[in-house]
Design a protein around this ligand. Structure first.
Ligand code: TRP
Length: 365
């Protein structure tokens, strides 16, 4: 077992382009960790098999999103020389590990997983709901177990994800403990790594709704051009009680300020430069927030600042994307290499698992 190694595994479902919620929730941190040089290995998984668990009838959507998500990764700063980008469905050890882990988890336990519960509700899978008579696909129900396989197959020690993934990590840790207690120390116990501030953990949609979703049209995508971002910021929800500039305003539950917290808040290393350049009246976000709460600071002004902040963040990402888009075969080559390396790593873990389970029947023959 690679005890002392520091290994990152994380990933996304390719069901569309990645948005700024993905960026502040996880992607930004991955790039920082990658560039910190502190990790022995970094695996970033495009979880297409997981995406298919509730999109079985629309594999084309997953297929189309694969390249988009890869471009989102690369343009956000994931460097293929430092991180392996891999395609989940092309790693045969993963479903095999999943099959053995399934015997260590009860149906009841998965049923209590809060993320699974809320996703089942959101998708109308729950029994008796009018808009979906079909109920929950078994594959979908089991995805937390396959996610445990994703994480353990690479001996991941750190999993940087958004807050919604906390129950998945908890479930993975239970599986690891159970497996190790039955078969002996084999699997590595992973730790979750959440974004530092609450705003980044759960960035709302531009309409203030809890989740960004394509169907609600409340997303800002990493691949959006300058005009699209400005338009989204212009129509963004703010404090509905802040009618006149002089009115005192609310900053909490106000999407514009939540976005500012995520993109120009205290724990953002570029925050003071952003204020110095685009809002020199304020030293930091706290001062701007105080002014807004006191009254006298208009939404248009705050939104103009947010627009600048977002453009500043997204413009290098757009530039890198344009470069990668010039050579798509090279992007596929990156995926191929990352996947081949990952397949080998996961196969080694599977061998180890089968050995400790005593089902490597022909060993030494
Ligand atoms: N469930 C994650 C999501 O919905 C995607 C994912 C699949 C993942 N496998 C993973 C995340 C392993 C972290 C580790 O975004």
């Amino acid at each position: 077992m690679s005890d002392k190694k520091k290994i990152i595994l994380t990933g996304d479902r390719p069901t569309g382009k990645l948005h700024v919620g993905h960026y502040v929730g996880s992607l930004r941190r991955r790039v920082e960790l990658q560039n910190s040089g502190e990790f022995d290995e970094i695996f970033i998984m495009i979880a297409d098999a997981q995406a298919l668990t509730d999109n079985a009838r629309d594999p084309q959507k997953i297929r189309d999103s694969l390249l988009n998500v890869t471009l989102d990764y690369l343009s956000a700063g994931i460097d293929p020389a430092k991180s392996h980008i891999l395609i989940q469905s092309m790693i045969p050890a993963l479903p095999e590990l999943t099959a053995y882990y399934m015997n260590l988890v009860t149906v009841q336990r998965v049923g209590r997983n809060p993320t699974v519960k809320s996703e089942i509700k959101m998708r109308g899978f729950s029994e008796g709901e009018a808009d979906n008579e079909e109920g929950t696909p078994v594959g979908f129900f089991c995805y937390p177990i396959s996610q445990a396989a994703d994480i353990t197959a690479f001996d991941a020690t750190v999993v940087p994800v958004g807050e919604d993934q906390e129950p998945m990590l908890e479930q993975t840790r239970e599986i690891v403990r159970k497996f190790n207690s039955i078969y002996g120390e084999t699997l590595v116990l992973p730790d979750i790594l959440l974004p530092g501030n609450l705003a980044s953990r759960r960035l709302p949609g531009t309409d203030g709704k809890a989740k960004m979703s394509k169907s609600l049209g409340n997303c800002i995508y990493l691949s959006d051009d300058e005009a699209a971002v400005s338009a989204a910021v212009k129509t963004m929800f703010t404090d509905p009680t802040h009618l006149k500039v002089t009115d005192p305003g609310h900053t909490e539950d106000n999407p514009v300020f939540i976005y500012l917290e995520a993109f120009a808040g205290e724990d953002n290393k570029d925050a003071s430069a952003l204020f110095a350049e685009y809002a020199p009246d304020y030293k930091d976000l706290n001062e701007m927030e105080e002014h807004y709460r006191r009254g006298g600071l208009g939404d248009v002004k705050v939104k103009k600042f947010l627009d600048k902040v977002l453009q500043e963040t997204l413009s290098p990402i757009r530039k890198r994307r344009a470069e990668y888009e010039k050579d798509i075969p090279a992007v596929y080559e990156i995926l191929k290499e990352g996947t081949a390396y990952a397949a080998e790593t996961a196969a080694n873990t599977l061998s180890r698992v089968k050995r400790v389970m005593g089902i490597d029947y022909f060993r030494g023959m």
